[in-house]
Design a protein around this ligand. Structure first.
Ligand code: NAD
Length: 497
């Protein structure tokens, strides 16, 4: 697929309340993290654009053209979008690689995930019972129906754009809502391309606006808008907590998918080769820029040395390079400022007594000098209280900690404000399941990591989030239930005695 096809997906205008036009805000740039070249320049949305997008969204979701459309017709739009995404798989993957620097293998997977998500929520919405009969009496019968909530504010981060955007847009539209989406500053391009595909798939105008711009200005204004009835947010815990306050003031629901500091645990009976490959993939894929990155490694002391030696061999053989080249394992981090932040965490770990086993710097290769690359890194010997053990680094930095017994392990693994995910490597499924039941995490992988099924709910415990995306819960999160009672008694109502 040629670069020009990818370029043809780059929008100069943004969809605001059913019209594509220039945003009223400042000029913003999408920059390729591999060499700092400019992918696109476009005008961000301004506050007038927010006003218009939300007002039109509010009219649009109430209009019969969407709200009263039978679910199987709404589903058809999602099936068509999925087909259009499949047809543009390669340019959409390249578009995201240019936007956030992830290797093509990863961005192709994100595109596939977006298409699968659209199909799944189409299917769930057309098979969801609209009416749930519950026990009847002679006096009345009652049922409840699921209704849309209204205008949904969807706010997304930069690390998996098309996938996290579709996880909000597909269920929200399937449920009959309108969506005003604010993509991350660094990665506006996939969301704009997606809006164009929804238009081509027959989504009535006004139901999906995409407003790029600063979170503190445009994201904040969308979330606070009185006509917005739900905030669906994926991003950092600090921003999520702030938006939860905004939602609390308005008494509206939120779905929050936030940060993590996930433990991966290697028990002494693990298949070491399988576990090494899984742990390496779990932390170093996406260069560690994943909410679910397995960033705290707990290895049972009996196999610690052997395990770490093999992990070092595998991690140091990973290919770091230009993300548009095939077969690359680690591309650049999103930008230089983020790489500086990762480097600061590594320096703090060393200052707090950690020992650098490998990595800890940008690669020496001169060909990579312009990009914000960072080597896979392993730090040992840290106290679990050290900052690098407790805070989300969001880079290719693994902290290894040996453990002796399961009691101490469970206490340490759960000693985190986060609770997004965990991994367990063991040949003994009884033992692994016992441990899984004690871990405070929304997802636990056993003998695998970072694998997903769209029908399995995903979300965090503790400060990793509220609510679930994916699965039937992922659709119900965008609906509210109405219960209706039908009187069947022909005699006048009596007073209970
Ligand atoms: P971030 O919180 O800085 O930004 C996320 C989005 O929120 C961006 O679009 C940003 O512009 C917007 N925003 C910022 N301030 C806002 C405000 N005051 N009002 C409204 N919107 C505002 O996060 P990030 O750096 O883009 O992403 C990385 C974080 O996302 C990490 O913590 C990662 O763990 C998390 N994440 C979580 C999941 C998950 O599913 N749990 C998935 C991916 C990423």
């Amino acid at each position: 697929m040629s670069r020009s096809t990818m370029r043809s997906l780059i929008e100069q205008h943004i969809p605001i309340g059913g019209q594509w036009r220039q945003g009223g805000g400042a000029l913003m740039r999408s920059v390729f993290p591999a060499d700092q070249s400019i992918n696109a320049e476009l005008h961000a949305a301004d506050l007038d654009d927010v006003e218009q997008a939300v007002a039109v969204a509010d009219r649009s979701w109430r209009a019969p053209a969407w709200r009263d459309l039978p679910a199987h017709h709404r589903a058809r739009v999602l099936y068509r979008v999925a087909d259009l995404i499949d047809a543009q798989r390669e340019p959409l993957a390249r578009l995201q690689t240019r936007d956030n620097g992830k290797p093509l293998g990863e961005t192709r997977a994100l595109v596939d995930s977006a298409a699968a998500t659209a199909r799944y929520f189409g299917a769930v919405c057309e098979t969801l019972d609209g009416v749930l009969p519950i026990p009847r009496s002679a006096e009345f019968m009652t049922f409840s129906s699921h209704e849309p909530i209204g205008v949904i504010a969807a706010i997304t981060p930069w690390n998996s754009p098309i996938a996290s955007e579709m996880q909000k847009i597909a269920p929200a539209l399937a449920a009959g809502n309108a969506v005003v989406l604010k993509p991350a500053e660094a990665t506006p391009l996939a969301a704009l391309a997606l809006a164009r595909l929804f238009e081509q798939a027959g989504l009535p105008p006004g139901l999906l606006s995409v407003l790029p711009g600063r979170g503190s200005l445009i994201g904040e204004a969308i979330a606070r808008h009185p006509l917005v009835r739900k905030i669906s947010f994926t991003g950092g815990t600090r921003t999520g907590r702030h938006l939860a306050h905004v939602a609390a003031d308005k008494l509206i629901p939120t779905s929050l998918e936030l940060g993590g500091k996930s433990p991966t645990i290697v028990l002494d009976d693990a298949d070491i080769e399988l576990a090494v490959q899984g742990v390496v993939y779990g932390i170093y894929s996406s260069a560690g820029q994943a909410c679910i990155a397995g960033s705290r490694l707990f290895v049972q002391r009996a196999c610690y040395d052997h395990f770490i030696q093999r992990l070092q061999q595998v991690a140091c053989a990973l290919r770091i390079g230009h993300p548009e080249q095939e077969g690359i394992h680690l591309g650049p981090l999103i930008n230089h400022a983020h790489r500086d932040s990762v480097a600061t965490y590594v320096a703090s770990a060393l200052a707090e007594g950690g020992q650098l086993r490998f990595g800890g710097a940008a690669p020496a290769d001169a060909a990579l000098a312009a990009g914000s690359y960072y080597q896979p890194t392993l730090i040992e010997g840290l106290s679990p209280q050290a900052r690098a053990c407790r805070e989300e680094i969001f880079g290719p930095v693994l902290i290894a900690l040996p453990f002796d017994d399961e009691e101490a392990l469970v206490a340490q693994a759960n000693d985190s404000v986060y609770g997004l995910a965990a991994g367990i490597w063991s040949r003994d499924y009884r033992r692994a399941l016992r441990l899984a039941a004690r871990l405070e995490a929304g997802t636990v992988w056993i003998n695998t990591y970072k694998k997903f099924s769209i029908s399995t709910p995903f979300g965090g415990f503790k400060e990793s989030g509220l609510g679930r995306e994916k699965g039937r819960e992922g659709l119900l999160a965008y609906m509210q239930q109405k219960s209706i009672y039908l009187g069947l008694d022909a005699t006048p109502m009596g007073w209970s005695q």
